[in-house]
Design a binder for this molecule. Structure first.
Ligand SMILES: C[S@@+](CC[C@H](N)C(=O)[O-])C[C@H]1O[C@@H](n2cnc3c(N)ncnc32)[C@H](O)[C@@H]1O
Length: 242
């Protein structure tokens, strides 16, 4: 993937809110690497989950696929035939770049890209579904229905990988995790201005839930069990089994 440095917020900007536009798509690999603790581990393990869960002649979904990093990770782990990975994103700028990334990297499994809303896309015959840092951008009242739809489109024994930024009920703990996350960003070269501008732009756009809200919602959708398998500060990855 290209690694153009993210300096979108280095100078004062007059944008009202964050969106996955062309400017973000251009620097996205650098932005997500330097902003999301554990992102590399999540991608590496996406391949390992795919190796264990993806079954022959089934579908895999990468919902909110951005530049296709999770699709390519799934593909790297899949060792069975007849699988199709379907990547869905509603940002045209992201999908245009995603096509180039997918073409540029070797992958054994067919990858189909769909431009559209994940709330409207069809899920069927799925042995693995990935929602890496996407549910947090879906309006909170729509999240339960989306998970139900995903559950219904999954085969018995299939896995959902859900990675999210979370919040904590206890205000002190929440502030500590936010502070440690900001320190992580500073250590990755972001300035105070960049951190604070991005934070205000994401407010009301990225709305985190608590870990308990996530696990309760997964149980309500029908998942037989779910576990947080990775946590770094206020970033988690959960696997849930149908
Ligand atoms: C943080 S990025 C996801 C990162 C990606 N999954 C990865 O692992 O590299 C969130 C993505 O979700 C997409 N998105 C947000 N809401 C969406 C929706 N309702 N339907 C489809 N895509 C959506 C955005 O355009 C963006 O590309």
């Amino acid at each position: 993937m290209t690694n153009k440095t993210d300096n979108i917020y280095a100078a004062a900007i007059d944008k009202q809110s964050f969106s996955f536009d062309g400017q973000v798509a251009e620097v996205f690999p650098d932005m997500i690497q330097r902003s999301v603790p554990g992102y590399d581990q999540i991608l590496k393990n996406t391949a390992k989950f795919a190796e264990r869960f993806v079954t022959a002649n089934s579908h895999c979904y990468d919902l909110g696929c951005s530049l296709g990093a999770s699709s390519l990770a799934m593909s790297a782990g899949i060792g069975v035939n007849g699988v199709k990975i379907i990547g869905v994103d509603n940002s045209e700028a992201m999908l245009a770049r995603c096509h180039h990334h997918i073409d540029a990297f070797k992958h054994r499994t067919q990858i189909e890209l769909q431009c559209g809303d994940i709330l409207a896309c069809e899920i069927e015959n799925a042995s693995m579904v990935v929602l890496n840092f996407t549910l947090q951008f879906i309006a909170q009242p729509d999240r339960a229905q989306l998970l139900k739809k995903i559950y219904q489109g999954m085969n018995p024994g299939a896995v959902l990988l859900l990675s999210e930024k979370i919040c904590f009920e206890n205000e002190q703990d929440n502030a500590l995790m936010i502070d440690l996350h900001h320190q992580f960003k500073r250590e990755n070269g972001y300035s105070e201005l960049e951190i604070s501008q991005k934070r205000s732009l994401l407010e009301n756009v990225l709305v985190p839930d608590t870990l308990v809200q996530h696990t309760d919602r997964l149980a309500a959708a029908g998942f037989s069990r779910s576990h947080c398998w990775l946590q770094q500060y206020n970033f988690v990855s959960i696997f849930a089994i149908k």
